[in-house]
Design a protein around this ligand. Structure first.
Ligand code: NAD
Length: 453
């Protein structure tokens, strides 16, 4: 397998993919190692994860550079990911013990009822490349803490980061067989879910998630799918136009729009539409495109070449259906996977731009007359990951957000994930939860104890 730099197409490294036989052997080792890990006291497992946390932070700059090199993520954004990863680890380290403690739910003279939280066993984690520390960590850290063995297949577009995670965990004392990195692309992922694992945790696109769900359904194993989004935001007429435009431009364009919770659709009240579009455009044009390893770069290349064609098709379709291209709209002609930051005004729901995940530096803006129209459009989607409203009026925002079908809702903010809050989607955005206390329990099964003296 070739690991290439998306900024110029150059080869970084050749790596051998795991064959189906190699995946089966890794599974067998994980299964054999699991009982001892599950029997290791929780405090000891957490100690090792704390050492992992320290090692990641000590090597933050090197790890950020690896991430930039293999995914094209601008270096400042790569550093920011590693910094926030630390906050997630802190949350898990501080909360796992309390969440996993046995609960006594009835205590009578002759009868006691208790709940314990048991590890699932050996789990498979098939992951995405866009935030490999975040999406990998959301699974790997609580799963290991809860006493599971983990077979982790990083995306083929973030393999070096995946291997680095493995080395650092092993260096921190997590046994080599308890956490193993499975190297490869889709075929390797397929081989992994053929193994009799006790849980499958997937982060990626709806299309791949649907295939994995079909394979796992008859097996009755725990399945979590964290999938894509088509995340809408409504800007009300009383919003501060400049503040909203700057915040939302960042929400749409950060990491070249390659975030599951990137702002993908904008609905702007007709009274402020023109002013908003002007500020938004100015902000988008103000950021620098260029070498992702440079400190002042905001837009890097896309991680995957095929996405360039998806974006071109969305823009062509939008223009054919009445969209007004305000900036960008095409590839940047140079080696690597480059696409101009693109803003399409006069968007509508007949366009794939407003219906299918773009996952690129592209946004459609639609004018709306009132809250009801905005709400109807926000809910006109198969996805349901995040949604937001910008207005100084808290009551108005909450009224709208309560009726939006999505796992997370934002008032005057966007593209935000907190370790303290559950991360989940509705519809094609997936099933299951990571982060928060729910995202610790997700890696356990409850065992009911009926104890009669
Ligand atoms: P993808 O679906 O192309 O690939 C995801 C993973 O699945 C990769 O590791 C890939 O090798 C593997 N894979 C591909 N085909 C497979 C198969 N048939 N069987 C088993 N494994 C297979 O997605 P991607 O391009 O890596 O990630 C982008 C997508 O992920 C976007 O849709 C984005 O919104 C979503 N995402 C969601 C979240 C979330 O928390 N909801 C977070 C990050 C990314």
């Amino acid at each position: 397998m070739n690991v290439c730099n998306p900024a110029d197409g150059s080869l970084i490294r050749e790596i051998a993919e795991d064959s189906a036989a190699a995946v089966a052997a890794k599974y067998a080792r994980a299964r054999a190692s699991h009982p001892a890990w599950a029997a290791t006291p929780l405090a000891e497992r957490l100690e090792k994860l704390a050492l992992f946390r320290d090692a990641v932070q000590r090597q933050r700059e090197r790890l950020a550079r690896t991430l930039t090199q293999e995914t094209g993520k601008p270096i400042r954004q790569a550093r920011a990911e590693l910094e926030s990863f630390d906050g997630r680890l802190k949350f898990f380290l501080e909360n796992t013990e309390g969440v996993l403690a046995a609960e006594t739910v009835l205590e009578e003279t002759d009868l006691k009822e208790q709940i314990t939280h048991e590890p699932l066993g050996v789990i498979a984690n098939i992951s995405a490349w866009n935030y490999p520390w975040f999406v990998g960590g959301n699974v790997i850290v609580p799963a290991l803490a809860a006493g599971n063995a983990v077979l982790y297949k990083p995306s083929e577009f973030a393999t070096l980061t995946g291997l680095a995670i493995g080395e650092l965990l092993h260096g921190a004392g997590v046994p080599a067989d308890v956490f193993q990195v499975v190297v490869g692309a889709g075929a390797t992922g397929t081989a992994l879910i053929q193994q009799p694992v006790d849980g499958v945790f997937f982060t990626g696109s709806y299309a791949t998630g649907a295939k994995i769900a079909a394979v796992c359904a008859p097996r009755m194993v725990k399945l979590q799918l964290e999938l894509g989004g088509k995340d809408p935001v409504y800007v009300c007429e009383d919003a501060d136009v400049a503040t909203a435009a700057e915040s939302l431009a960042d929400g749409a364009m950060y990491n070249a729009g390659q975030s599951c919770c990137a702002v993908e659709r904008l609905y702007v009240h007709e009274k402020i539409y023109d002013a908003f579009v002007e500020h938004f455009l100015k902000t988008v044009r103000g950021w620098k495109t260029g070498d992702p390893s440079a400190d002042d770069t905001y837009y890097g290349p896309l991680a995957r070449a095929p996405q360039l064609g998806v974006l071109e098709a969305q823009i062509a379709d939008a223009i054919a259906k009445g969209g007004v291209l305000l900036t960008g709209g095409k590839r940047i002609a140079q080696p690597g996977n480059w696409f101009e930051p693109t803003v399409v005004a006069n968007a509508n729901h007949r366009m794939s731009l407003m219906r299918e995940e773009s996952f690129g530096p592209v946004i459609g803006i639609e004018k709306v007359k009132n809250d009801d129209e905005a709400l109807a459009l926000m809910n006109d989607t198969e996805y349901g990951l995040t949604a937001g409203v910008y207005t100084p009026n808290e009551a108005r925002a909450k009224l709208i957000l309560a009726r939006v079908n999505s796992g997370s809702v934002y008032w005057n903010c966007c593209d935000r994930v907190s370790p303290r809050l559950p991360w989940s989607g509705i519809g094609h955005s997936g099933v299951g939860v990571t982060l928060s206390t729910y995202g610790i329990l997700a890696f356990t099964r409850p065992k009911a104890w009926h104890l009669r003296r």
